[in-house]
Design a protein around this ligand. Structure first.
Ligand SMILES: *Cc1c(COP(=O)(O)O)cnc(C)c1O
Length: 478
């Protein structure tokens, strides 16, 4: 049976959908998230066969299981173009760097924008134009970013056919490096909109534009946000890569520590584990925005509003409503969409739910291997300093959150792999606080702030965004 997708809030008589359809669509019409009807479980022999593969071949072996509706040679081409040594600085794509016996860092941030989001976005950057070509259509991607997602999407889609990116960012709120990275792009299909406001204002404007259904249809508005299933699937690959790099044979287990925000990265780990990758623990690391840590420790899920979201020195994790969490919840409640609907109704009407009082659900938790912890600004600064002193390795504030939380869950005989989610160069201020000096900059980024910038400053107004989209599309068609 070929793999198809269902909604976490669906009904039994909904027709399952194909990979190519759900990838361009985003949320399911019922408000749920698309998940595979069944996650493919690898046999021992299949797992063994993956061990020697180079990154692109490993990626093909995994992604093809989730995307049977793309011809094998086409998919191979997309993957080979996405994961090049040129784009990631190494043919390994995600090299494992040992810190000490039993502890290492999986480097996921060697891509063009120096954050792990490039791994998924590079794949999307090939997949979207391919699917749009196949359907003979085009798409205007509209999004809001507080930093990493926007630049990663823009770098992946710059100059690509059939697709334009309109990205809203809060004026003056990103690090100078992040702003320079985005606003420095000169391609005509990339449009940066700096909004006089905060990130939430940007997001509200995007929602308002996308809820204008007539506009959305006429201008083919799409998204590449963190619920995009193709992004999750692309991220599953590096858990396999990291596991093989940290072990000699498949009898061993590995734990992963994951700096978390929208739960996309660690959800990919959960999928890898369900596929049979011998993962012992998935350690969810949060910063002061600790909704997920609270859930995994207590069973209480209580997403916060933006007023209760702290601005921290690991800003890409400043999220109080993890958009991918529902996909794990679905697995936890026996993949029963009626239960997910009921729990999400409680989130909407009562502000959250408490699974510790549902003994039959909560008793299933240990089987999923999750652990969690929280890290603060002081922890980040101390961890950055210690890691540089002890191991001579510079890590960024998000990776520091992961490493800090990982320390509590190390076990003898189980390698702990910490996922690196960004390079220090993106977050100079915190690095200077921790190390007393600026972090190293990768080659090519030395003078990024002095390059010419292309950005339109606007008020937080949906009509203005619509006008910019109309004019840009009109110019392209003229
Ligand atoms: C996006 C991001 C995260 C959080 O990842 P999620 O998939 O949203 O959990 C962590 N660190 C950095 C640097 C990021 O850009």
């Amino acid at each position: 049976m070929t793999m198809q997708y269902i909604s976490t809030r669906g009904n039994a008589n909904d027709a399952p959908r194909a990979f190519c359809d759900i990838v361009l669509e985003g949320l399911a019409p019922d408000g749920g998230l698309y998940v595979p009807q069944a996650v493919p479980v690898l046999t021992e022999a299949e797992l063994e066969a993956l061990r020697p593969l180079h990154y692109p071949d490993l990626a093909f072996a995994i992604i093809s299981r989730f995307a049977p509706d793309i011809a094998a040679e086409d998919l191979k081409g997309l993957i080979d173009r996405a994961y090049t040594a040129e784009a990631f600085g190494t043919a390994d794509i995600t090299p494992l760097v040992p810190l000490e016996p039993g502890l290492s860092i999986l480097k996921l941030s060697n891509g063009p924008t120096l954050a792990f989001k490039d791994i998924a976005m590079r794949f999307l950057g090939e997949l979207f134009p391919y699917l749009l070509e196949r359907a003979d259509t085009e798409m205007n991607i509209l999004g809001a970013t507080s930093g990493d997602t926007g630049s990663s999407a823009e770098y992946a889609l710059r100059g690509k056919p059939r697709v334009r990116v309109f990205m809203l960012s809060p004026l003056g709120k990103m690090s100078p490096f992040q702003a320079a990275q985005m606003y420095g792009l000169q391609e005509a299909n990339i449009v940066n909109l700096a909004v006089r406001g905060v990130f939430d204002d940007c997001q509200d404007v995007v929602k308002a534009v996308a809820s204008d259904l007539e506009f959305k249809r006429e201008y083919r508005i799409g998204a590449v946000n963190s619920i995009n299933w193709a992004r999750i699937v692309a991220q599953v690959v590096y858990y396999f890569k990291g596991y093989f790099a940290a072990t000699r044979d498949n009898g061993e287990k590995v734990s992963f520590a994951v700096p978390s925000g929208n739960f996309g990265n660690v959800l990919a780990g959960h999928i890898a584990r369900m596929m049979g990758l011998p993962i012992r623990k998935l350690v969810v690391a949060t910063n002061e925005n600790d909704v997920l840590d609270e859930f995994f420790r207590t069973g209480k899920y209580r997403p916060r509003g933006s007023a209760e979201t702290h601005q921290t020195s690991s800003p890409s994790m400043d999220i109080s409503k993890a958009s991918n969490f529902e996909r794990f919840l679905f697995d936890l409640v026996w993949r029963d969409p009626a239960m997910v609907r009921e729990l999400m109704r409680k989130v909407g009407e009562e502000g959250g739910f408490d699974l510790s009082t549902c003994a039959d659900v909560w008793s299933r938790m240990p089987a999923f291997g999750f652990a969690s912890g929280r890290s603060t600004h002081a922890d980040r600064v101390a961890t950055i300093r210690e890691t540089e002193e002890r191991h001579g390795v510079e890590i960024d504030p998000h990776t520091a959150d992961g490493l800090k939380v990982a320390a509590a869950f190390r076990e003898p005989g189980v390698p702990m792999v910490c996922l690196e989610t960004a390079l220090p160069a993106k977050f100079e201020a915190t690095m200077v606080e921790a190390l007393g000096r600026k972090p190293l900059r990768p080659r090519g980024c030395e003078n990024i702030e002095s390059l010419p910038q292309r950005v339109i400053e606007i008020d937080a107004d949906p009509a203005t965004v619509q006008q910019v989209i109309r004019e840009t599309v009109g110019r392209a068609q003229a």
